[in-house]
Design a protein around this ligand. Structure first.
Ligand code: F6P
Length: 330
């Protein structure tokens, strides 16, 4: 585990990066208030890595994070910065934060954000601790990421509503949820929402099997069905799926794409608790002189995992849950 000398750590910078996630504000609040309670100063960096380059640095005090624990989005904004792929740009970024007196950073984000953080330590020995914040839940080394629980509940609420109309009209629906590279939201919302089948980016469609499931349901008198798919690399994947089902069976499916509504909204209790615990834990690690790590959870415990491990290893969706959904939706 990487170490640095925390003796000269007087000011911590905090930023949110990548796609926003409900609960990021609760994490920012936890970072700011924990740091101030330990006599550190805090600077908020606005708009992720873009803020490093454009010197969007704002001093944070106890009041600047008042009344945000319940708010979705990120008061420090978020976003992806393509320029950060260039080493020269990263060098400028570190020079800017050091010139602002920042001696350590807390990065709230997903794998793209952690890749940048890891490089800033490797190349410039800028101490950073990561806080996993993405609705996708696809970060190795933590049970959950901030925003996942809220996103699943948002998707679930939509599935429940769609079920009402699907049942009233005897229809087959395909609900598309987020998840570019991973099917965590699809599997959780699909199983909890009683979906007949779930499609995830990690696996190709198995249309014959799905059509067979639907046919068997129809034979038993089942008049409506819901399928859940993750968007994968191409939002609108649900339309391809509907097309394929029509070609294989003649069934017409109605598509509902949930999109970015899953990224917004009031964070759930679970996300606020998670964000508060790991945001605070990240500051404590910096105070102890530990960096180039992510703070996450394993069961009830906080854990520290090297950023390189979080990036190297893949967190796998439990495919047994898809089989369970198929059985339980009978
Ligand atoms: O935040 C994660 C995520 O929501 C993915 O599930 C999705 O594929 C992606 O971000 C889309 O983000 P954007 O529209 O910001 O590129």
């Amino acid at each position: 585990m990487a170490q640095f000398d925390p003796k000269n750590l007087k000011t911590i910078g905090v930023y949110a990066s990548g796609g926003d996630a409900p609960g990021m504000n609760a994490a920012i609040r936890a970072v700011v208030r924990t740091a101030i309670s330990q006599n550190l100063k805090v600077v908020g960096i606005v708009q992720g890595y873009t803020g490093f380059l454009e010197k969007k640095f704002i001093p944070m005090d106890l009041r600047s994070v008042a009344n945000i624990v319940q708010r979705g989005g990120s008061i420090l904004k978020a976003g992806r910065c393509v320029d950060f792929l260039q080493a020269e740009v990263r060098k400028t970024a570190v020079e800017n934060v050091r010139a602002a007196g920042i001696g350590g950073l807390v990065c709230i984000g997903g794998d793209g954000s952690f890749t940048g953080a890891n490089l800033l330590w490797q190349e410039h020995k800028m101490p950073i601790v990561g806080v996993p914040g993405t609705i996708d839940n696809d970060i190795f080394g933590t049970d959950h990421t901030i925003g996942f629980d809220t996103a699943v509940n948002t998707a679930l609420d939509a599935i429940d509503r769609i079920r009402d109309t699907a049942a009233s009209h005897d229809r087959l629906f395909i609900v598309e949820v987020m998840g570019r590279d991973s099917g965590f939201i699809a599997v959780a919302a699909g199983l909890a929402g009683g979906a007949e089948d779930i499609f995830i980016p990690e696996h190709p469609f198995q249309i014959e099997k799905t059509v067979d499931l639907i046919k068997r349901g129809v034979a038993r008198g089942k008049m409506s069905s819901i399928l859940v798919t993750a968007e994968g690399q191409k939002p609108g994947r649900a339309y391809d799926l509907a097309d394929s089902i029509r070609k294989h069976s003649g069934y017409l499916a109605t598509v509902c794409i949930l999109g970015h509504i899953q990224r917004g909204g009031t964070p759930s209790a679970s996300d606020r608790l998670l964000a508060s615990r790991i945001g605070s834990g990240a500051v404590e690690k910096l105070i102890q002189g530990q960096c180039d790590i992510m703070v996450g959870t394993s069961g009830e415990n906080l854990v520290a995992v090297e950023l390189s491990q979080c990036l190297k290893q893949k967190k796998h969706v439990n495919r047994k849950l898809i089989e369970l959904a198929q059985i339980l939706s009978n």
